[in-house]
Design a binder for this molecule. Structure first.
Ligand code: ZN
Length: 278
């Protein structure tokens, strides 16, 4: 069985709007796409649902529930209301999971203690809401260089511990860009897999040097991540879902999107269809 590949719309963010993205993925023979709430908002929920249905596509990942952290209870409450609304939209579109995005530390905060406890509290509420809506909540640990402005959840070990606290319905998305450096990668991947909580596997590459932490991700094969080894770990942990291509890159955003799509599919075939993927 060939590995199922899913494209994340972020990979084509500057070239294709929702319709063009979904159509291109369908034309390339894919069955699922990972989508963004801002794109859905732009065309409206009903139109987004129709476009998916008419092209025979389903939503896999939905980005995102968050940001959540703020310096006052009022602001936090309003952010939580917005996150709950995103969960409802994701569920209405039939997405497999919604990505949690805690966001940067609150104004004036020092250290990560408050961010961690606010994230934990928010996750408990949002996971309950997601469970009621019938959609999984995906925790995605991000690279620790992003702890100040993106999330305080930076390792698979923390994500596993948080999932233990949250109970069913919460899971983890493993993104190669964010966790490839972790000495505990294999053990924590296995732990996540043994609990049946790996919801997705995002691929891209770490370029050396990296010129920008958010917008200089590499095409698979262009950087230093041993993606085939990571895929073997994820498969070995029992994951049976698709591989999702998610490349935030000014370089690739500036290229012809059809060529980027073809190249990404070619690289996936080269890297992930080897011994480990069989
Ligand atoms: Zn990701």
């Amino acid at each position: 069985m060939p590995v199922e590949i899913v494209m994340n719309h972020a990979t084509f963010r500057k070239a294709w709007r929702f319709d063009a993205f979904v159509e291109a993925c369908a034309a390339a023979g894919m069955r699922r796409v990972s989508i963004w709430g801002n794109e859905v908002a732009e065309i409206g929920l009903d139109a987004a649902r129709s476009r998916l249905r008419d092209s025979g596509m389903r939503a896999f990942g939905y980005n995102r529930a968050g940001p959540l952290l703020a310096d006052t209870p009022e602001k936090r409450q309003s952010l939580m209301a917005a996150a709950k609304a995103e969960i409802e939209t994701a569920a209405e579109l039939g997405a497999d999971h919604i990505l949690l995005f805690p966001g940067g530390i609150a104004d004036g905060a020092k250290g990560l203690e408050a961010a961690r406890s606010q994230t934990t509290d928010a996750c408990a509420i949002l996971n309950e809401h997601a469970r009621n809506c019938g959609i999984a909540l995906a925790l995605e640990p991000l690279h620790p260089m992003l702890a100040g402005d993106r999330t305080a959840l930076c390792t698979l070990a923390e994500a596993n511990r948080l999932c233990d606290r949250l109970g069913s319905n919460a899971g983890i998305v493993i993104d190669s860009y964010h966790v490839w450096w972790d000495a505990e990668l294999e053990a924590q991947t296995a732990l996540a897999g043994s609990s049946g909580r790996i919801l997705g596997f995002h691929v891209n590459d770490w370029l050396v040097p990296t010129r920008h932490l958010l917008t200089d991700r590499g095409m698979m094969g262009d950087g230093v991540i041993d993606l085939a080894a990571m895929w073997a770990m994820v498969l070995g942990a029992g994951y049976d879902g698709p591989i999702e291509v998610e490349i935030f890159s000014e370089h690739w955003w500036a290229q012809d999107p059809d060529a980027v799509l073809a190249l990404a599919l070619g690289r996936c075939a080269e890297i992930f269809s080897g011994e480990a993927a069989r």
